[in-house]
Design a protein around this ligand. Structure first.
Ligand code: ATP
Ligand code: MG
Length: 697
């Protein structure tokens, strides 16, 4: 085996290796968050390319967000597998429809793709005699999206919605009417929506043998990341690409299904091994991403999950060294929460964490604004993570034009960073004047990233730099914009950061008040799970009780574990002090360090699944003592102490009254009645006489 191949394989565990080196054919990885699924697919592609088995141009790897696709391309380029197409379903479909437009559209122009349904849906609702406000339009648009993703036509909507038990504030017949009107309006205006584009790609392949032959001739090896989130329309497109072939690798985690509200379903993932009986199926449980503390909290949250997706969940096993406990904070209102998050970000950055290794994640995009402001106020650079890719940003494209133009006028001996900064200054960018926040700051940061890149690259001339940028743009290998990421939980899927702030964890926000059915609530729980599992080292969870100062207090997110709280202020008073917050006591497993949530685990001081380090001899002595005491007092043994309490005593061996009191099941009365006897048993002293009557209950 040659060196690059050896290197590709050396960074994998045995299960990953099995998936990576599996022969051509169906491969399925069913595994939890952070277990290396994406790593396995990138290595599988690279291994097959580097070994000469496949041509990189024959690979199509699909995923769900532009950022995740960018990351796939980046990881592949690092592994020496340039030239692989890694795209979202939408981007792949758009590209194919565009490419074959002349054949598919018979000379007509490619219609514009509308990026939001809301406006057209409002018009359609009016036509159907419905007055839909913003929330109503959103519900209707969501319903139309669901129907189209499920290949349901307007005439079949009512029946399909009833079958799927859709929860809608409008009559199904009315929704069908709006849906019909919406399709008509689009046709009249000559525009299409995202689903139409996917349908055009499917139809292009299914109805045009020449198009099918060309596409299938090009894409011979298909790979899908986050396969738990494909919807029937996307699945049909995948089948069209495959055309009955089976060189398909899929990876996913049913516990991270977060798009079922738009029609996605984890059933394709879960049924894959049945659909392809000869598939190589691999399961991974080792979590390489997060500390045991983060993994423990994630396990505790998903352990409570119900429904189909929960069937195959597995407890993750953290592989990283222990780290800090997750921080749970409750603030008086949202503004204090945002201010505290910003100041904690500033602290992390001051202590050496690069801003791009920090993310603030929230349930809805509307929550972004207050964090943009708070971070700007604290002087922390931020990047709002939209779907937009770095080299697609207008200011970056404009900057590249300006740089190219400056090649002719820049003297050869100008240092590259200065040449880049000068060229950008000509477009109005001011190095020393970063705007306060929001979109303007984001634009400034994007341009600043180009200067930083010029400083980092060992290139000499502006012409070389322009060529390098063009190459990067072609593979979307964007320079990392050094700002704290602000993103929705949906957009954070598949990504990871050293420090993650999960904010706005109030019931009504997460879970959103729109989640009314059990299924919808389970999806919200999975969203929290996705959020928690993004963190490598530091995890902060918080919410503001009131939206605004003095407002109505809300309850914390119901999926957060029950925590016993101690009240503590963050900092002393006085001007500039951080907002006061209640901080919750987190109990960790003394074996693996994970956060303990369940009452029984907290009593034991370890996860029920971790090996016990109980002193068996002491346990027997305690049982014998309990038998004697119970007999004397003529009560059942469990009235003295339950087995669980005895087990906890034999594990934790409390020698002080405080340690004893910390063990669940030992209240003040039992402490007074039996405390001394138990401590004597633990330390091996002679056991004093116990009181003759049991403590009252
Ligand atoms: P998600 O479900 O969130 O998409 P994932 O299963 O795709 O997660 P990856 O992103 O591939 O997980 O891996 C998580 C982290 O663990 C990455 O930083 C990756 O480099 C690292 N990692 C994965 N496998 C290994 C391994 N065998 N040894 C060391 N690090 C690994
Ligand atoms: Mg992944």
């Amino acid at each position: 085996m040659d060196e690059p191949m050896r290197q590709t394989l050396s960074a994998l565990d045995p299960e990953q290796l099995r998936a990576v080196t599996a022969p051509a054919g169906p491969v399925c990885i069913l595994a939890g968050a952070g277990t290396g699924k994406t790593r396995a697919i990138t290595h599988r592609i690279a291994y097959r390319v580097v070994s000469g088995e496949i041509d990189p141009r024959g690979v199509l790897a699909v995923t769900f967000t532009a950022r995740a696709a960018g990351q796939l391309r980046e990881r592949l380029a690092q592994l020496g597998a340039d030239g692989v197409q890694a795209r979202t379903f939408h981007a792949a479909a758009l590209r194919q429809v565009r490419y074959f437009a002349s054949r598919l559209l018979e000379g007509r122009e490619m219609p514009e793709v509308v990026d939001s349904k809301a406006r057209l849906v409002t018009l359609a609702a009016a036509r159907a005699g419905l007055r839909a406000d913003r929330a109503g339009a959103r519900d209707l648009a969501g319903e139309i999206e669901w129907a189209k993703a499920n290949l349901v036509e307007p005439s079949d909507y009512a029946a399909a919605a009833a079958k799927a038990a859709r929860d809608m504030p409008y009559e199904p017949d009315k929704v069908a009417e709006v849906f019909t009107a919406y399709e008509e309006i689009k046709r009249n205006r000559g525009v299409i929506d995202f689903e139409d584009m996917l349908r055009a790609a499917v139809w292009g392949i299914e109805e045009h043998p020449d198009v099918a032959a060309q596409i299938r001739g090009q894409y011979r090896h298909l790979v899908v990341d986050e396969f738990q989130d494909v919807n029937p329309l996307q699945h049909r497109l995948l089948q069209a690409w495959l055309g009955g072939r089976d060189d398909l690798t899929v990876v996913g985690d049913a516990s991270q299904t977060i798009y079922s509200f738009t029609g996605a379903t984890s059933s394709y993932l879960l049924e894959f091994p049945r659909r392809y009986r000869e598939a190589v199926v691999v399961r991974l449980v080792r979590d390489y991403r997060s500390t045991p503390q983060v993994v423990g909290l994630a396990n505790a949250v998903i352990r409570q999950a119900r429904g189909g997706e929960a069937r195959l969940r597995v407890a993750l096993q953290g592989q990283r060294p222990p780290g800090p406990e997750p921080d749970l904070r409750i603030f008086g209102d949202e503004a204090s929460e945002a201010a505290a998050v910003a100041s904690r970000c500033a602290e992390l950055i001051a202590a050496g964490t690069p801003p791009h290794q920090i993310a603030v994640l929230f349930r809805t995009n509307a929550q972004s604004q207050s964090y943009e402001e708070a971070l700007a106020e604290a002087g922390v650079p931020a990047v709002v993570s939209g779907a937009e890719r770095f080299f697609d940003r207008p200011e970056v494209r404009q900057a590249m034009v300006a740089l190219r133009a400056a090649v002719r006028t820049t003297p050869d001996d100008t240092p590259l960073p200065a040449a880049v900064a000068d060229a950008l200054a000509a477009t109005g960018w001011q190095r020393d004047r970063p705007p306060g926040g929001g979109a303007a700051r984001e634009r400034w940061e994007a341009q600043a990233a180009l200067v930083t890149l010029a400083e980092e690259l060992r290139l000499t001339t502006l012409a070389e730099f322009c060529d390098d940028l063009a190459r990067r743009a072609a593979i979307q290998h964007s320079p990392t914009v050094d700002g704290v990421t602000l993103a929705s939980l949906h957009a954070a899927k598949g990504l990871e950061w050293d420090a993650v702030f999960l904010v706005g964890l109030a019931d009504g926000t997460l879970p959103t008040s729109h989640a009314r059915t059990d299924d919808a609530l389970e999806e919200e729980r999975r969203l929290l799970y996705v959020g928690i599992t993004r963190a490598r080292q530091w995890l902060w969870l918080s919410y503001g009780q009131a939206r605004a100062p003095g407002g109505r207090a809300r309850r914390p997110c119901r999926f957060l574990p029950q925590l016993t709280g101690s009240t503590q202020s963050d900092a002393g008073g006085g001007p500039g002090a951080r907002p006061r917050a209640r901080r919750h006591q987190i109990v960790s497993c003394r074996i693996c360090g994970a956060t303990l949530i369940a009452g029984a685990d907290r009593k034991l001081g370890r996860c029920a699944t971790c090996p016990s380090d109980r002193d068996e001899e002491l346990y027997e002595r305690l049982r014998e003592w309990r038998r004697v005491v119970a007999a004397e007092q003529q009560v059942p043994a469990y009235v003295v102490f339950t087995d669980a309490t005895l087990a906890a005593l034999a594990e934790r061996k409390p020698t002080t009254e405080a340690e004893l009191a910390a063990i669940g099941g030992i209240g003040p009365r039992k402490l007074a009645a039996y405390g001394e006897a138990v401590r004597a048993l633990v330390t091996g002293r002679s056991v004093p006489q116990v009181t003759t009557s049991p403590p009252e209950h």
